[in-house]
Design a protein around this ligand. Structure first.
Ligand code: 5RP
Length: 255
């Protein structure tokens, strides 16, 4: 496990800002990915230093393993029930706090955990803030059974909503199909730009063989975007226009 002294300063700053919201007795969802891993380390430090009593559910086996190795106890979501807050990373964050997630292949459990939480807090570095979702590939978890038919249905459904000809790639790791924690496969959709994220979300999830896609619409309540100098920009729904615009660079990437 990496030393927090070596952590990316932007990710560390965002993680610290989110962990500062944690209170004794809370029920927490722990996200997946490199930023969420930094958050789990910061959280474990706080729990040790302050003796916080928390109940935690993890969004992936990797996060459960990391948290357990740091002394946090992990329960299943069903053992805990409703969560007070989930802290998770994201691959893209738009001005409405809609997200693309699943770069780490955990978006199915992440969406279930976020949907079981009173509040979803996203932590990220500035490169994740975009004016419009879609430059990052959209992960779609699918059943292995009937993969070719599912892929064809996704292609046809995208054609129907004007996203025709977009590449669809089976995710691989070490030249083998990537297998999710739930034993499924992932198709990565290169959509370039998603004009109507809610429509794409509904369209994909209605298809037989699709388990869940990586669009998180209306689930994120607040985001902490860290910068390399250790400062953090906090984004809410209310003040999003004012707060988010200075983050965009001319390339569409955050400053
Ligand atoms: O959705 C995710 C995993 O499924 C991650 O939260 C997302 O990929 C961001 O990861 P990182 O913090 O490593 O950039």
């Amino acid at each position: 496990m990496a030393d927090l002294n070596d952590a990316d300063p932007a990710k560390l700053a965002a993680a610290r800002a989110a962990v500062a919201l944690v209170e004794d007795g809370m029920k927490l969802g722990l996200g997946t990915g490199s930023t969420a891993s930094v958050m789990v380390q910061v959280l474990a430090e706080r729990v040790k230093a302050e003796g916080l009593r928390l109940r935690c559910a993890a969004t992936s086996q990797a996060t459960a393993d990391l948290a357990t190795s740091l002394g946090l106890s992990i329960e299943t979501l069903d053992q805990i029930g409703r969560l007070d807050m989930t802290i998770d990373g994201a691959d893209e964050i738009d001005p409405d706090l809609n997200l693309i997630k699943g770069g780490g292949g955990a978006h199915l459990r992440e969406k279930i955990v976020a949907s079981s939480s009173d509040r979803m807090v996203v932590i990220a570095d500035g490169g994740k803030v975009v004016e419009r979702l879609g430059l990052f590939h959209l992960p779609v978890e699918v059943l292995e059974f009937g993969l070719q038919g599912t892929t064809a249905r996704i292609k046809a459904a995208l054609d129907e909503i004007g996203l025709d000809g977009r590449p669809i790639l089976l995710r691989k790791r070490d030249d083998q199909p990537f297998i999710t924690d739930e034993g499924n496969l992932i198709l990565d959709l290169s959509l370039e730009a998603i004009p109507d994220a809610a429509l794409v979300n509904r369209t994909l999830n209605a298809l037989p063989g699709v388990v869940e896609n990586g669009l998180f619409i209306g689930l994120c309540d607040q985001a902490f975007v860290g910068r390399d100098d250790g400062t953090v920009v906090e984004l809410h729904h209310d003040d999003i226009e004012d707060e988010i615009e200075p983050l965009f660079g001319s390339t569409g990437e955050a400053n």
